[in-house]
Design a protein around this ligand. Structure first.
Ligand code: BES
Ligand code: ZN
Length: 633
C-alpha cells in the first residue's frame, strides 16, 4: 500500500511524536527539501556511512563511563553504560567499536549475548548486542588496546616537565570508537557522565565539568549535561595545573609551561565576549584550554568546555592566538550546530574559520583579520593546485569507502570561509550577521547536512534578495570544483609592504634594509611563502644569515621555511629540521616537510628523510603515523 519511503516518513513522524527525538524526522525533511531544490543525484543527502549504528531503530541518549587508566599496560579498562531509546522495538543494538576487547554485556544485572562483526577498513567492527523491545539501558564491559588510535600514551620523558606520564585522546573524526563503544556518528548526540581512576599525583580532565585540583584518591567525576556527538568525547590525564584567565576562562598546563600559557592566552575572556556579541550567548558554562604535549597531532581540538591546543602556538607574542579564537568559535559552529556526516565537514570548519576571523577582527582590528584572510586565500589556491582541481575541491565531498580524514583539507576550511565571506559581501554584514545568529539558534544541538543549510540559506536570506542570490551562486561553491572567482578582493597594507620588500630584494637591495622589527608571525609567513620558486641556495643563505630563519623558535614560521629548505635541498636547515621533526608532532607541519624531502631529487636526502621518520615515528600520534606511513609506504 505504502511505498518504502512513505512508510519511512510515517514511521519517522510516529517516532518523533513518541520520543521527541528529531533525528530521523529531520532526514525525512531533507528528502522533501531535495526534490524541490533539484539537487544533482550525487548530492542527495545520505545517512552517515561511517557508522554501524542504526539510530532510526535504537538511539543512544546518555553514556555513563567508568574507566581506570593503566599507564603500565597502556589500556583503559572499565564499563560503558548506554541509556537508549528503542524506537523500533527491535532486538538488536549496534554500536561502533575499533580495537576494543569486549568482556561481557549486561542488561540490568543480567548478561546478554553479543557478537563482534567483521572488521571494515577505517570503521572497525560493529558490536551487535541482543536486547528486548523494552530495553532502555545496556552496560558494556571492555578494555582498549595499546594501539587504540584515539589514544596517545606518553612517557614522562616525552612531556615538558619530564616527571609524569601523560595520556590524551583525539576522537574526531571516527576514533571515539577506539576508546568507547558507542554510536560514533556526528548525527547522534548524547549526554554523558564519567568516573575516571588515575594513578596518584595525576589529574584527569574531560570535555565536561572539570576539577581544578588533584585529589589524593586519583578518582575524578565528570558531567556533560548537553547532548554532544561522540567525536567530542575527550579525556586527558597528566600532571597539569589550572590558572584562570578571567571569570569564565582559564588554562590547564604542565607547571613548566603554565605561566607562559596564561600570558599567551590572556585575551581569552575578551574573545569569548566578542564571540557572544556577534552570534549569541555561550551555552557551555566555562571555556578552558588545555596545553597538550608537542606530539599533539592537531593545532587545536574543540572539545566542549575544554579546548585542547598544541604548545606550538605559545610564541611569547600572542601572534598565534587566532587558533584559540577558532576552537572557541566551534562552541557554536560544530558543537552547537554539527555536520550531520563527514561529507558535510565544511559546515563545521568553514563557518568556524569565518567566525574565528570575526572574533579576531573584533579583538585585534580589521588589518589583523585581513592578513589571516590573505593567508587563507593562498592556502586554498595552493591546495586546489595540489589536488589538480579534482573532486575533493568541492565543498560537499564523496567519502564512500574512504577515511573521513581525507576531507581534512584547506577546501573545507578556506573555500568554506570564502563562500561565507562572499555571501557576507553580497548581502551586507548586518543582514548576514542576523542570519548567522538565527542559524545557530535554530539548529542548536542538531546535526545538519549541506542541503539543509542551503535550503535554510535560501528561505531565510537569499530568496528575498534575488540579485545577491544570483551573484553568489551557492550551487557552484558547493557542488563544483575549484575556487569561484566571485569572492571579495582582499587587501592588506602589511602584506603589501612585505611584497615590496621581496621585490626590492630581488632587484638587488639588501634584506638588512627591511623594517621587520614590528613583523608578527603573519608577515613572516607571507614573506617566506612569497619567495620565488627559483630561489638559489646563495639567496637562501643570505636570508637565513640575516633573519635566522632555520633557527626560529616559532614553529609556524619554521615549518614553512623547512618546506622551502627541503624542496631546495638547503642543507644548513637540516639539523634544526631534524630537531623539529623529532619534537613536534603537529600533522599540518610535519607532513609537508616530509613530503618535500621525500620528493627531493637527491637520493641522500630521501634516505635521510626515511631515517629521520623511523626515529621520530614512535613519538607521533597514530593520526599522524597513518598519514606518514602512506607516504613512506
Ligand atoms: N576540529 C579541528 C581538528 C580536526 C579536524 C581533528 C578533523 C580531526 C579531524 C580543529 O578545530 C581545527 O580545525 N584545528 C586546526 C586549527 C585551525 C586554526 C585551522 C588545526 O589543528 O590545524
Ligand atoms: Zn576547526
Amino acid at each position: 500500500m505504502f511505498s518504502i519511503t512513505h512508510k519511512f516518513y510515517l514511521f519517522c513522524s510516529l517516532a518523533f511524536l513518541l520520543s521527541g527525538l528529531t533525528n530521523c524526522n529531520k532526514q525525512a525533511e531533507q528528502k522533501n527539501n531535495n526534490t524541490t531544490t533539484n539537487m544533482p543525484v550525487s548530492t542527495q543527502p545520505q545517512q552517515d556511512i561511517h557508522t554501524f549504528a542504526r539510530p532510526q531503530e535504537v538511539v543512544m541518549q546518555h553514556l555513563n563511563l567508568e574507566l581506570s587508566v593503566d599507564f603500565k599496560q597502556q589500556i583503559l579498562k572499565g564499563k560503558a553504560t548506554c541509556a537508549i531509546k528503542n524506537l523500533a522495538k527491535t532486538n538488536k543494538f549496534y554500536v561502533d567499536t575499533k580495537d576494543l576487547q569486549i568482556e561481557k554485556v549486561e542488561i540490568g544485572q543480567q548478561s546478554t549475548t553479543f557478537k563482534l562483526g567483521e572488521e571494515k577498513a577505517f570503521l572497525g567492527r560493529p558490536l551487535e548486542i541482543d536486547i528486548f523491545g523494552s530495553t532502555d539501558s545496556v552496560t558494556i564491559y571492555y578494555q582498549t588496546s595499546p594501539t587504540a588510535e584515539a589514544l596517545q600514551w606518553l612517557s614522562a620523558a616525552q612531556t615538558a616537565g619530564k616527571k609524569a606520564p601523560y595520556l590524551f585522546t583525539q576522537s574526531q573524526a571516527i576514533l571515539a570508537r577506539t576508546w568507547i563503544p558507542c554510536q560514533d556518528s556526528p548525527g547522534i548526540r548524547f549526554t554523558y557522565q564519567a568516573k575516571i581512576n588515575v594513578p596518584e599525583n595525576l589529574l584527569a580532565v574531560m570535555s565536561a565539568n572539570n576539577p581544578t585540583e588533584k585529589n589524593t584518591k586519583g578518582e575524578y567525576f565528570f558531567k556533560m549535561d548537553k547532548a554532544i556527538p561522540a567525536y567530542l568525547l575527550a579525556l586527558a590525564v597528566g600532571d597539569f595545573s589550572f590558572k584562570p584567565t578571567g571569570t569564565r576562562t582559564g588554562v590547564y598546563a604542565e607547571a613548566a609551561s603554565l605561566d607562559k600559557a596564561v600570558a599567551e592566552f590572556a585575551d581569552m575572556e575578551k574573545m569569548l565576549e566578542a564571540a557572544e556579541k556577534l552570534y549569541g550567548q555561550y551555552d557551555w558554562g566555562r571555556y578552558d584550554v588545555l596545553v597538550m604535549p608537542p606530539s599533539f597531532p592537531f593545532g587545536g581540538m574543540e572539545n566542549p568546555k575544554l579546548t585542547f591546543v598544541t604548545p606550538t602556538i605559545i610564541t611569547g607574542d600572542q601572534s598565534l592566538v587566532s587558533l584559540v579564537a577558532h576552537e572557541l568559535a566551534h562552541s557554536w559552529s560544530g558543537n552547537l550546530v554539527t555536520n550531520a556526516t563527514w561529507a558535510d565537514f565544511w559546515l563545521n570548519e568553514g563557518f568556524t574559520v569565518y567566525f574565528e576571523r570575526r572574533i579576531m577582527e573584533a579583538v585585534y582590528g580589521k588589518q589583523y583579520a585581513a592578513m589571516l584572510e590573505l593567508i587563507g586565500l593562498q592556502d586554498v589556491k595552493d591546495e586546489i593546485v595540489a589536488m589538480n582541481n579534482g573532486e575533493d575541491t568541492k565543498l560537499k565531498i564523496d567519502l564512500a569507502n574512504r577515511n573521513p580524514d581525507d576531507g581534512v583539507t584547506h577546501i573545507a576550511y578556506e573555500k568554506g570561509f570564502f563562500f561565507l565571506r562572499t555571501i557576507e559581501e553580497a548581502v551586507g554584514r548586518e543582514k548576514f550577521d542576523a542570519f548567522v545568529k538565527q542559524y545557530f539558534k535554530t539548529f542548536a544541538y542538531q546535526s545538519i547536512t549541506t542541503e539543509q543549510f542551503l535550503d535554510y540559506l535560501n528561505k531565510n536570506l537569499l530568496d528575498a534578495l534575488p540579485a545577491a542570490k544570483e551573484k553568489i551562486n551557492a550551487q557552484q561553491w558547493i557542488y563544483a570544483t575549484g575556487l569561484p572567482t566571485n569572492h571579495p578582493t582582499l587587501k592588506s597594507e602589511q602584506f603589501a609592504y612585505v611584497d615590496t620588500c621581496i621585490a626590492a630584494w630581488l632587484n638587488g637591495s639588501s634584506p638588512t634594509l627591511f623594517k621587520t622589527s614590528q613583523w608578527t608571525t603573519h608577515e613572516w609567513l607571507r614573506f617566506v611563502r612569497s619567495l620565488p620558486e627559483n630561489i638559489t641556495l646563495e639567496q637562501m643563505t643570505v636570508l637565513d644569515n640575516t633573519f635566522k630563519l632555520s633557527n626560529t623558535n616559532n614553529a609556524e614560521i619554521a615549518a614553512v621555511w623547512f618546506v622551502l629548505a627541503a624542496k631546495k635541498d638547503y642543507k644548513t636547515a637540516y639539523l634544526p629540521m631534524e630537531k623539529f621533526l623529532t619534537q613536534v608532532g603537529r600533522r599540518k607541519f610535519i607532513v609537508p616537510i616530509y613530503q618535500a624531502l621525500y620528493k627531493n631529487a637527491n637520493p641522500q636526502t630521501k634516505n635521510w628523510a626515511e631515517q629521520t621518520y623511523k626515529r621520530a615515528r614512535a613519538g607521533y600520534h597514530a593520526v599522524a603515523v597513518v598519514t606518514l606511513d602512506k607516504l613512506f609506504g
